[in-house]
Write a protein that binds this ligand. Structure first.
Ligand SMILES: Nc1ncnc2c1ncn2[C@@H]1O[C@H](COP(=O)(O)OP(=O)(O)OP(=O)(O)O)[C@@H](O)[C@H]1O
Length: 319
């Protein structure tokens, strides 16, 4: 449904500096009726891609097809398929929920009975029926985000783009927003592309695309991405993890990755974790606060995939 082909974007360099490549020959297919989450460390190109998809920037090269229509050659038909939920609020907090929906519907050329039907439908989908007379400014952050979503649904978009829609929400509100989004996406068979920094959100996606420095490093289902790290990993927590890392590696003959006060041994030796745990406890018992075996999460996969020596990522390879 959304097809990116060789999408490249370079920002002009300032004061004679070379251009800054934000997207580099990016190709990606988001099949119809699926939810794809786009993740990447800061500066990986997510916002640039989002701006291009929304028509706020033109790429230096490449093309985007939405429902088979070229977004730049024939923007009208392609855009007619799309709805966008921006990260920053795009609703009027002084107006009621119903007034916001009506205003948005009119912008899309809806009127009369159709406008009323679409508004009622969007309110039902998002569970906001009982709040239609409330001013948006009086709603919780989570419900205000759902108004943004309801507003977009008024035009029956086949494709929905969301830019970190849960930023600033507490975990319960984030979960509630995602549940609403997922239900609507499944029921309506919408194609959804959403950027996110929260890896628990990516667990719900059909596909996760991981960007780094404008390149697509991985694009697969959450389960397939997790399989890249194998079955189990060993995680050692230590207050002085950075200093402990090289000693742990030398003593155990394994490679580990530091992430904050965690040391992750992603590839376990053939004997499995138990002998390793015994040796960790006998050598380093006084220096560690916990040791545990766990299955890799998507966050672990993300760290594994995006890590590179010399990066300014929040991860550091021990070796
Ligand atoms: N207006 C601009 N002028 C020059 N360079 C820019 C501009 N906007 C972004 N960049 C650069 O392009 C690259 C990609 O930035 P972008 O904002 O798209 O990444 P991002 O993944 O959205 O990051 P974040 O998660 O921090 O928002 C970065 O190196 C950034 O410094």
């Amino acid at each position: 449904m959304i097809r990116l082909e060789g999408l490249t974007h370079a920002y002009p360099g300032r004061k004679g500096a070379p251009p800054r490549l934000a997207l580099s020959a990016l190709s990606l297919h988001v099949p119809a009726g699926t939810l794809t989450i786009l993740a990447g460390p800061n500066g990986s190109g997510k916002s640039t891609l989002f701006r291009i998809l929304c028509g706020l920037a033109l790429p230096s090269a490449g093309r985007v097809l939405v429902g088979g229509r070229d977004l730049f050659a024939e923007p009208g038909p392609a855009r007619a398929l799309m709805g966008v939920v921006f990260q920053s609020p795009a609703v009027d907090k002084h107006l009621s929920v119903a007034e916001n929906l009506a205003m948005h519907g009119r912008l899309y050329g809806l009127s009369g009975a159709t406008l009323g039907e679409r508004a009622a439908e969007a309110l039902t989908w998002t569970g906001l029926e009982k709040r239609l007379d409330d001013k948006v400014g009086t709603l919780s952050g989570g419900l205000a985000r759902q108004v943004e979503l309801a507003k977009c649904l008024m035009s029956h978009p086949a494709v929905l783009l969301l830019d970190e829609p849960t930023t600033g929400l507490d975990p319960a509100a984030r979960r509630a927003f995602l549940d609403v989004l997922l239900r609507i996406q499944r029921e309506r068979g919408m194609t959804v592309l959403m950027t996110s920094h929260v890896f628990s959100e990516a667990e719900d996606a059909d596909r996760v695309a991981i960007l780094r420095n404008g390149h697509l490093l991985a694009h697969d289902s959450p389960a397939a991405l997790r399989r890249q790290l194998g079955r189990d990993m060993l995680v050692v927590n230590a207050p002085a993890a950075a200093a402990l890392a090289p000693r742990l590696e030398a003593a155990l003959g394994v490679a580990c990755v530091r992430y904050g006060d965690e040391l992750r041994i992603e590839t376990l030796p053939p004997g499995g974790p138990v002998p390793l745990i015994d040796r960790i406890l006998s050598h380093f018992r006084d220096e560690i606060s916990a040791v545990a075996v766990r299955q890799p999460t998507l966050e672990d996969v993300f760290i594994h995939i995006t890590r590179q020596p010399g990066d300014d990522l929040p991860t550091e390879a021990c070796a």
